[in-house]
Design a protein around this ligand. Structure first.
Ligand code: NAP
Length: 332
């Protein structure tokens, strides 16, 4: 399917594929299953992969990249690889160390985009219970974040990363840090699906020339139990999504992806199942939703955040909402 995947251009002129594949196996899929899916996805035409050190599978995915590059299935310049520095490596000198391990694991000389995964240096053990709290957790600090970002900028200078990005940010935090950036983020990962559209943050990024990357674009139906609450909405069951799916004769997942792409985002859906990940790539090609369908989908928004981030709360914080600055200023 290569050659048909739509591309976008970042503010710095770099091209990026218009859809990618997530690689967070969560508690459900082993590194071997995820890396096997990456191998199949490359053969199927995916070129963008959303990796992260904390997903615990970069070493196996790296073996897949190496094999695909050595066998000529794909050229390095055709791939667009993301990775992210985890919260426990924000300190001075540590971002470079984190990238070094990622490059070694992924068996690459550079990554195409490197993200600050969360804007807090708050560590929790992978897979820990949703009620777990680390007493060392701290609220957001612009100075601390910028000390991390300066290291990200130097990685661009060193040509070890082509673009840098932020993730899980809010408008108040962006307003605090963007004027201080020597190199602005080219990409920003945010949760985005029909039931959680984040219109203000989305529009803010676009106005700043930052490309939004939509994570959980299908509403993450298999997310860990700790990230589920009884109030959550199911994207693929919303009437607006079902109506468009029926009109086009496609699965509701394809509607979620077409909506994200037509809105201007780059979705990074995850699946280890070939039928699903190939269908997701096909959803990015042709048969667009109509203007009426796009307008109707705006009504699917329920402001339903799924990845609440409660394990990153600091002592004194009231609830997970504090991580997301709901009052329009940075909560501390
Ligand atoms: N920056 C961050 O903090 C952050 C946070 C969360 C996620 N992410 C990234 O975003 C990626 C995607 O998020 P996600 O995995 O949570 O959610 P998602 O992509 O919205 O949903 C993935 C789930 O949807 C199902 N699915 C996929 N394609 C389907 C299809 N065509 N038909 C029906 N079901 C389908 C899959 O089930 P099956 O496995 O059964 O196919 C899979 O478990 C992650 O893998 C990760 O790379 C980043």
């Amino acid at each position: 399917m290569d050659g048909f995947v739509p591309k976008r251009v970042l503010y710095n002129g770099n091209e990026i594929p218009g859809i990618g594949m997530g690689t967070f196996g969560s508690d459900r899929y082993s590194p071997a299953e995820v890396s096997a899916a990456v191998a199949g996805a490359i053969r199927g035409g995916y070129r963008l992969f959303d990796c992260a050190a904390v997903y615990g599978n970069e070493n196996l995915i790296g073996a897949v990249f190496e094999e695909a590059l050595n066998s000529g299935v794909v050229k390095r310049e055709e791939l667009f690889i993301f990775s992210k520095v985890w919260n426990d490596q924000h300190g001075r000198g540590e971002v470079l160390l984190s990238l070094a391990k990622t490059l070694r694991d992924l068996r690459l000389d550079y990554v195409d985009a490197f993200f600050v995964h969360w804007p807090f240096p708050n560590y929790h053990a992978p897979g820990c219970d949703g009620d777990a709290r680390n007493p060392d957790s701290v609220p957001f600090s612009t100075d601390r974040f910028m000390a991390t970002w300066r290291q990200m900028e130097r990685l661009v200078d060193m040509k070890l990363v082509r673009n840098i990005g932020m993730s899980n940010m809010t408008i108040p935090k962006l307003e605090a840090v963007l004027p201080l950036c020597r190199i602005k983020p080219a990409v920003l990962e945010m949760e985005m699906h029909p039931c959680f559209q984040q219109p203000q943050l989305f529009d803010y990024c676009v106005a700043q020339g930052i490309q939004p990357i939509a994570y959980c674009p299908l509403g993450s139906p298999n997310r860990p139990e700790r990230d589920k609450t009884p109030e959550d909405f199911i994207d693929m069951e919303q009437p607006e999504v079902l109506a468009a799916a029926q009109a086009h004769g496609i699965h509701p997942s394809a509607v979620c992806l077409k909506w994200a792409i037509q809105r201007g985002a780059i979705p990074i859906p995850f699946s280890v199942h070939e039928k699903n990940y190939l269908a997701n790539l096909r959803a990015a090609m042709g048969d667009p939703l109509t203007g009426e369908e796009m307008a109707a989908l705006v009504k699917a928004d329920k402001n339903c955040r799924l990845i609440k981030g409660q394990v990153f709360l600091w002592s004194g914080a009231r609830s997970w909402e504090d991580l997301w600055d709901p009052k329009g200023y940075i909560c501390s």
